[in-house]
Design a protein around this ligand. Structure first.
Ligand code: NBY
Length: 806
C-alpha cells in the first residue's frame, strides 16, 4: 500500500506537476498528493453517477451560494482510509505531511455558518450514500483575507484559485446559456392559449467544474458542481480592430464579474444588482442541468418530484421557484397547474435567520430590469396565493399584507422569503427554538395558511472533520474507551460517560487538551507575538463579528475582570487567555470598532505587569476553517453569548463542545439543545430568555436601569468610553458605548451582570480541577446527536423522501 502510494505520488509529481521530486516545493507535493488522492476517488465518483442513472434513485440537489469547504487533502485521504498510507509514503520520500497539508489554500467560498453547514452536509450525504449534487458558484475570490494593522481590520482579496485547484474537473460539455434583461413576447396559440417567450438582452455562458465530495470510507462520492461565468464571445473583434481594446473585452469583463467574488456580508444582504445576477446565474444553470439530466433518464418532466428533491439553502437561490416555472411553462410547454404542482413538490427551503434586516428583498425595478419574465411569473404566483389566503381568512386583510410576495410598503419589493415559502412543500428552521420562532413571528401568517409546512431540522457538524481529523489525540482515546466502531457510529461516544469520574481517563483527556493548547499557543505566538501559558484557561469566541453575537459583552467582561485583578492582584484568580477571532463585513462600522476594541484591550492588558499571566487577550487574525481546526481542539471554554432569539442555531457551539470545551451561553439557538443533551450541571447558562428579551423590547425598556443597578457595568462603560484602552484617541469608543447607553438593541447591558457572575462560576469550576474535566467528558459523551449524519438522515426521511440507512 505504502509503496503503491509512493509511486503514485512520484508519478503525479513527474508527469502531471512536471517537476523533478528533488526540486519540488511543499506546494508541488500538495499537488502531487491531491492528484493521486483524486484518482482514488474518481472511479467511485463515476460509478455513483452510473448507478443512479440506471436504478432510478432519487437525487438531492443542494443549491447554495456558499460552500465553505476549507482544505481538502486530509479530508479526502482520511475518508478514503489513506491518510496513514500517504503520510508514510511521504515520510519515505523525506517529506513532512504537515507541511504538505498546510500548502493547500482554504477554499473559502462562504461567509460563516451557512456556508460551512453546506460543506458538512455534502460530506454527510456522501457518507450516507445519498445521491446528491451540490450546486454553487466557483468564485475566483472567496471570502477576503483579514489583516489586522494597528488593531484595525483591513481587507485584502483572497486568491485561492490563482494557481488553479487540483480537485476539480472542468466539464467542457456542460455549458448553459443564462439570459438577463430584454423583453417578454406574448402570443396566443391557435388553440387559444396565451404563451410567453422571453428574449433576453444579454446572454452569458455558465461553465461547470465538478469537485468530488468523498464520503466516509469512500462509501459514495458526489459532485459539487460549481459554475463559472464566461462571455459568449470572448472578444468583440470589430472593436478590437479599431483599436478599442478595453471596449473589445468589456462584454467578457461584464460576464466574468458574475463569478468573480463572494459577497462578504453575512446576515445583511448587499442589495446590489450583481448579487441578483449571481443568484439567477447559478440557479438557471443548475435547473437547466438537472432538468436535462431528468429528461435524458426519464423522458417526462411530470415525474420530477419522485426523482429529484431541490433544497434551497436560505433564500439566496429562491429565484429558482420562478425559473423552474419559466422553464416548465415557456420552454417545455406545460400548463400552469401542472408546472406548479411539479415545482412545489420538488422544492424545499431552509431559513437561517429571522433578523429583519437579513431577510432578502429586491426592488421591483431592479428585478424587472434583470428578470422581466420572472417578475411576471411571480405576480401570477402571488395572485393565486393571495386568492387562496383571502378565501381561507376572509376577515383578515392585514394578513394579506404580511403573506404577500410583493412588499407594498415604501418602494415595492420582491420578498424572497415569502417566494421560497410559497413555492416549497417543506420549510425548515435550524434549531428547535428558531423553528418555533419562525412559526410565531416572521412566518406566522404563512404558517396559518399552510400549516404543517414548517419543520425543524437542528443543524449538525461532520465528526470526520471536526473530531477525527482535527483532534486525533481525542479520537484515539475515544477509540480505546468506546471501541473502534466510534468512527463509524458516533452514538457509542456515549460510553465515555460511564468513565467520566475515572481519574486515569481524566488525566489522558487533560493531556490531549494540553497538547492541543500548546500547539495553539505556538500559532498565537507566531501570528500575534503574544506568549500565552497553555496551562491557563483558554476562553474562545470564534465567529463572524456581529453585534447580535455580542463580542462586545465578552470584551466588557474582560475589561471589568482586568480592573478587578488590578484592584486585588493577590486574590485567587483563574489564569485565563481570552481568544477571539472573526471577520467583520467591510462596511459594518460597529463590528470593525469591536475588533479595534479587542486589540486595544489586548495592548493594555498584555503589557500590564500588574496582571502578570492572570489575563491575556488575543485577537487572532484571518479566522477561517483551517484556523478553526487548530483553535477548537484547544478550547476550554466556548463563548455562545448571543442575545436570546437571535442566533438561529450556531454550529461552532457544537464543534467546541464535541472537543471538550464547556459552554458559557445564553438560551439561544442550539445552545438549548446542547444543554438538554449535556445536562444543566455541565454548561454555564446565563442571561435573558427569548421571552424576556421580547418583553423588554415590546415595552421599550432600555439600558438605563441595568446601568443604574450595576456599578461595575457603569464603571466599565465609563472606562471604555473614557479612553482607558485608547489613550492615543480617548474618544474612539464613545459612539460604540453610547449605543449601549441608548437603545442597546442587543441587550448587552441587561445581560452584563449575569454574564460576569457566570464567568466567576467558570473560574470556580476550573479551579476545582476534577469536576471541570468530568464535565468536559460528559459534554463529549453527549454530543453524538449533533452529527450532521443525523441531520441529513432527518432531511432525507422527512423532507426529501429519499431512503437512507442510519
Ligand atoms: O447559519 C448562520 C446562522 O447565523 C447560524 O445561527 C446558523 O447556525 C448557520 C447555519 O444554519 N447564518 C449564516 O451564516 N448566514 C450567512 O452566512 C449569510 C451569508 C450571506 C447573506 C446572508 C447570510 N446574504 O444575504 O448575502
Amino acid at each position: 500500500m505504502v509503496s503503491e502510494a509512493k509511486s503514485a505520488i512520484i508519478s503525479k509529481m513527474t508527469l502531471s506537476v512536471g517537476k523533478d521530486p528533488a526540486f519540488a516545493t511543499d506546494y508541488d507535493w500538495f499537488l502531487a498528493c491531491a492528484l493521486a488522492a483524486r484518482d482514488r476517488a474518481t472511479l467511485r465518483f463515476l460509478e455513483g453517477k452510473r448507478v443512479t442513472a440506471s436504478d432510478g434513485k432519487k437525487r438531492v440537489y443542494y443549491l447554495s451560494l456558499e460552500f465553505l469547504i476549507g482544505r481538502q487533502l486530509t479530508d479526502v485521504l482520511s475518508n478514503l482510509s489513506l491518510l496513514d498510507v500517504f503520510r508514510a509514503a511521504l515520510e519515505d520520500l523525506g517529506v513532512d505531511y504537515e507541511r504538505v497539508r498546510s500548502a493547500e489554500p482554504d477554499a473559502a467560498l462562504g461567509n460563516g455558518g451557512l456556508g460551512r453547514l453546506a460543506a458538512c452536509f455534502m460530506e454527510s450525504m456522501a457518507t450516507l450514500g445519498i445521491p446528491a449534487y451540490g450546486y454553487g458558484i466557483r468564485y475566483d475570490h472567496g471570502l477576503f483575507r483579514q489583516v489586522i494593522y494597528d488593531g484595525w481590520q483591513e481587507e485584502y482579496p483572497e486568491d485561492w484559485l490563482s494557481f488553479g485547484t487540483p480537485w476539480e474537473f472542468l466539464r467542457t460539455d456542460v455549458v448553459f446559456n443564462v439570459g438577463f434583461g430584454g423583453s417578454v413576447e406574448t402570443y396566443v396559440t391557435p388553440a387559444g392559449i396565451t404563451r410567453y417567450t422571453w428574449h433576453p438582452g444579454e446572454v452569458v455562458h455558465a461553465v461547470s467544474y465538478d469537485t468530488p465530495m468523498v464520503g466516509w470510507r469512500g462509501r459514495s462520492v458526489n459532485p459539487l458542481r460549481l459554475w463559472s461565468a464566461r462571455a459568449v464571445d470572448p472578444l468583440r473583434l470589430e472593436l478590437f480592430n479599431r483599436g478599442d481594446f478595453a471596449g473589445a473585452s468589456s462584454d467578457q469583463a461584464r460576464a466574468e464579474a458574475i463569478s468573480k467574488f463572494l459577497y462578504p456580508s453575512d446576515e445583511t444582504p448587499s442589495g446590489q444588482e450583481l448579487r441578483l445576477r449571481q443568484e439567477y446565474f447559478f440557479v438557471s444553470a443548475s435547473l437547466q442541468d438537472l432538468l436535462s439530466r431528468h429528461r435524458r433518464i426519464y423522458g417526462d418532466l411530470h415525474s420530477l418530484p419522485e426523482r429529484a428533491a431541490i433544497q434551497l439553502n436560505d433564500t439566496h437561490p429562491a429565484v429558482a421557484i420562478a425559473e423552474m416555472m419559466r422553464l416548465l411553462l415557456d420552454e417545455h410547454g406545460l400548463p400552469w397547474n401542472e408546472a406548479w404542482a411539479i415545482t412545489s413538490a420538488t422544492f424545499s427551503y431552509t431559513n437561517h435567520t429571522l433578523l429583519p434586516e437579513a431577510l432578502e428583498t429586491w426592488p421591483l425595478a431592479v428585478f424587472e430590469r434583470l428578470l422581466p419574465r420572472h417578475l411576471q411569473i411571480i405576480y401570477f404566483i402571488n395572485n393565486l396565493h393571495l386568492e387562496a389566503a383571502k378565501k381561507a381568512f376572509p376577515e383578515e386583510p392585514e394578513l394579506l399584507r404580511s403573506v404577500s410576495i410583493i412588499d407594498e410598503r415604501d418602494g415595492r419589493k420582491v420578498r424572497m422569503g415569502q417566494l421560497a415559502f410559497v413555492g416549497s412543500h417543506a420549510i425548515n428552521g435550524v434549531s428547535a427554538l428558531h423553528t418555533d420562532l419562525m412559526r410565531k413571528t416572521t412566518f406566522r401568517d404563512l404558517n396559518r395558511i399552510y400549516p404543517d409546512r414548517i419543520q425543524n431540522k437542528t443543524n449538525g457538524i461532520t465528526f470526520r472533520r471536526w473530531l477525527h481529523q482535527s483532534n486525533p489525540g481525542l479520537t484515539a482515546i475515544l477509540k480505546e474507551v468506546c471501541g473502534a466502531e466510534v468512527v463509524d457510529n458516533p452514538e457509542v461516544i456515549e460510553r465515555l460517560a460511564a468513565h467520566a469520574g475515572d481519574s486515569a481517563l481524566q488525566d489522558r483527556i487533560r493531556a490531549v487538551k494540553l497538547a492541543n493548547k500548546t500547539a495553539l499557543a505556538k500559532v498565537i505566538a507566531e501570528r500575534t507575538g503574544v506568549r500565552v501559558d497553555p496551562a491557563a484557561l483558554f476562553d474562545v469566541q470564534i465567529k463572524r463579528m456581529h453585534e447580535y453575537k455580542r463580542q462586545l459583552l465578552n470584551l466588557l467582561e474582560t475589561a471589568a475582570l482586568y480592573d478587578a485583578i488590578r484592584a486585588n492582584p493577590d486574590a485567587d484568580w483563574t489564569p485565563r487567555v481570552k481568544i477571539m477571532a472573526g471577520k467583520a463585513a467591510a462596511s459594518y462600522v460597529n463590528a470593525k470598532f469591536i475588533i479595534k476594541l479587542a486589540n486595544d484591550i489586548a495592548q493594555v492588558v498584555n503589557n500590564d505587569p500588574a496582571v502578570r499571566d492572570l489575563l491575556k487577550v488575543v485577537f487572532l487574525p484571518n479566522y477561517n476553517v483551517s484556523l478553526a481546526e487548530v483553535i477548537i481542539p484547544a478550547a476550554d471554554l466556548s463563548e455562545q453569548i448571543s442575545t436570546a432569539g437571535m442566533e438561529a442555531s450556531g454550529t461552532g457551539n457544537m464543534k467546541l463542545a464535541l472537543n471538550g470545551a464547556l459552554t458559557i451561553g445564553t438560551l439561544d439557538g442550539a445552545n438549548i439543545e446542547i444543554r438538554d443533551n449535556v445536562g444543566n450541571d455541565n454548561i454555564f447558562i446565563f442571561g435573558l430568555t427569548t421571552d424576556e428579551v421580547s418583553y423588554r423590547r415590546e415595552r421599550g425598556i432600555t439600558a438605563g436601569q441595568a446601568i443604574a443597578a450595576s456599578p461595575m457595568l457603569a464603571g466599565v462603560l465609563n472606562a471604555v468610553s473614557g479612553g482607558r484602552f485608547s489613550p492615543d484617541d480617548p474618544g474612539r469608543f464613545v459612539q460604540l458605548i453610547d449605543g449601549l447607553r441608548g437603545a442597546d438593541r442587543y441587550m448587552v447591558t441587561d445581560d452584563f451582570d449575569s454574564y460576569y457572575a457566570a464567568q466567576r462560576r467558570v473560574d470556580a469550576c476550573w479551579n476545582s480541577g476534577e469536576p471541570w474535566t468530568r464535565s468536559a467528558i460528559i459534554n463529549i459523551a453527549n454530543m453524538a446527536w449533533f452529527s450532521s449524519d443525523r441531520t441529513i438522515a432527518e432531511y432525507a426521511r422527512e423532507i426529501w423522501n429519499v431512503p437512507v440507512d442510519l
